[in-house]
Design a binder for this molecule. Sequence first.
Ligand SMILES: O=C(O)[C@H]1NCC[C@@H]1O
Length: 593
Amino acid sequence: MAASAVDFRASNGLVLGFANDNVPVHVKRRAMYFPRVEDFAARPCSQKEDIELAPISSCCRNSSYTPCSRTGIRPGDEIVLSSDAASVSSMTCCNEADRESVRAAECLVAFPSLEKENVRTHAAWTPAQDIAHRYRAGLRIPLDGTEEPGPHRTRKHSRSIRDSRTLVYNQHIHNVYDKSWKCDGCGTPFIKRYELTQHLCDCPKMLAIQDEMTSRPRAFSRVPAAVMDVFHTLLQPTTHTIRVVDMHTSGEPTRIVVSGYPPLSGSTLLEKRRSAQSTHDHIRQRLMREPRGHAEMRISRCCFNEGYSTMCGHATIALGRFLVDTHDLDVFPNREKLHHDAETGLTTLRLHAPCGLIRVQVPTILSDGTSKSDASKSVSFLGVPSYSTARGLKIAIPEEKRWPQLKDDDSEVVVDIAFGGAFYAIVSDTALGFPTGLRSASLVELDTATLALKSVIAESHKELLKHPDEDLRFLYSVIVVDTVTTFAEPDTELGICFFADQQIDRSPTGSGVMARVALAVDKGELRIGESRVYHSLVSLDADAGAGVGFRGTAVEMTEEGTIVRVEGRAFYTGAASFVVEDGDGLADGFVVG
Ligand SMILES: O=C(O)[C@H]1NCC[C@@H]1O
């Protein structure tokens, strides 16, 4: 096979090496790849088994390692590099088919293909895993002395990390100045190629090249050895650090706490919810309020700026993806029990929300033997039985509570009350006094009107908030339904949800959809098996990237109510590490106004 027809890439598509120095070689069959034969002996048994499963003898050649020329890698192989690839600064492998020399000095770029389970199985790999993840996250790869101590933290290892950093750096030089064998920044000539990998250059031109070659900000910066950059310091886990993953569902944010939250007491979720409320509320405030959060922040599960909810549909959708994608058993001990159903392409999860059990289905794809969520498809969940407790109820608004849009002669508002894991009052724009629809209404005026309506219902119609569990007998939110906007697709509704202390849900409100579908069934507008699409102002605005609303389907009628399936899409927005420095008087955040 001609060398030019052979590729040598990681499973993520990154080029690992080159035949004849600059001809890409592609390797598809899955294999473990170890840089040094003697490393095998030092590995734990499980690792040897890996080698037996994928017997690849691989060697490296550089100034310090024994040369060896065969890999057993065949064209069509897929490579999973061991973390110890970090210790390879220059390597020559031999492709079995055409015996072309394969250069893999750039193997560090394969780190994003490392499977976390591999790393997990071999705890000793942790430091390199860390590097891999930092690299993947676009963070600076630490210099000597900045990585956490670990079994691999030897002088050799430190050197290898330093070398790795150089390797990535020079990868770009190599790509740009193929075969030039000199640094274009400072002009240093190189006789041997591996010398290039030892080269560090501070010149602005090289940094500019690096910026140009990477589509993201520089993966590392030039910080003197043994100095920990503040960015890296802030990411280090300490006993007080709270680490989170942020997502959004149709624009509604969810902050998932990954570490740093103390264990909650209580045997049921409602008891744990009380424990969180009474003992750790300062943590919620810290993460939700400014300056670490914002007025509309939601924290999974089921707590938000004002307090703690009993059901949160948009967070359930986000959490479904996250639980499939996390491999941290401290975060999700049952992760390894998850099963990707090859026929349906779904992974099913059961989540306990304060209102009851929620069954979540996450579209998943298999990649390198593990499942990950498919961002291009909707997550769905089956909620707790939902039901209406009042339909077309006329509620008299006392004079002192009336809002300007309510006509003087019209002191009554027609309202529906329904439960979808929490209680919702559902009212039309017209009934509330906004006959031109939600899109032209003032949010401030809607806020005043819904707040007044909510307080009247909460004070005078408590009997409508019927639920066996006392903790759930409260009016969570008011949803105003638009009667003006028309849609190309039938059975589509636009609504706006004011919940908790009048926060506006950016999403179409998953639990609100449960309540609205159950209400439509109770009113005879929807039958079992039928569905509607629900939009918020944000999800309607596809141009803004929100894309889709939530689909609500009446799935089954039970004695307790209708089981509703809600479907929607969630996306990751980032990850963060929150700290509080000594002397920071705003440790637990603040609310303006
Ligand atoms: O989607 C939901 O159900 C949640 N979104 C914010 C308010 C609700 O709890």
